[in-house]
Write a protein that binds this ligand. Structure first.
Ligand SMILES: [Zn+2]
Length: 112
């Protein structure tokens, strides 16, 4: 029984720019400043800036390692079961049905 989790460092952690939402991913590196893939955010030079808005490093917050969207989708599945509709899609259906019913109601008056 080995605890490989203790080897985890912040090398895989992504950092998000609070100014514009740009996310620095260590696996991808950065085209600005010739940052090669695999460079941890903490290893970026102090002169490195956000490639989108030019914010300095202290403007970035740690948003954790890359895990893909699967976990988020699983959570949605638990909440809605087999129903894959999102709340906004349900609203569209509800208001769409209301609008259709209202138009039908008006059309009856128009025929009279
Ligand atoms: Zn930015």
């Amino acid at each position: 029984m080995s605890e490989e989790a203790t080897e985890a460092t912040d090398e895989q952690d992504r950092y998000e720019c609070r100014a514009c939402g740009y996310i620095y991913e260590p696996k991808k590196g950065s085209s600005t400043g010739n940052i090669p893939p695999g460079t941890a955010f903490s290893d970026l030079p102090p002169s490195w800036r956000c490639p989108v808005c030019g914010a300095i490093k202290v403007q970035f917050v740690n948003v954790g390692p890359t895990e893909g969207p699967s976990g988020f989708k699983e959570n949605l599945g638990y909440g809605f079961g087999v129903n894959t509709l999102t709340p906004s899609q349900k609203n569209i259906l509800i208001f769409g049905a209301l609008a259709a019913g209202f138009l039908f109601f008006l059309s009856l008056y128009g025929l009279r």
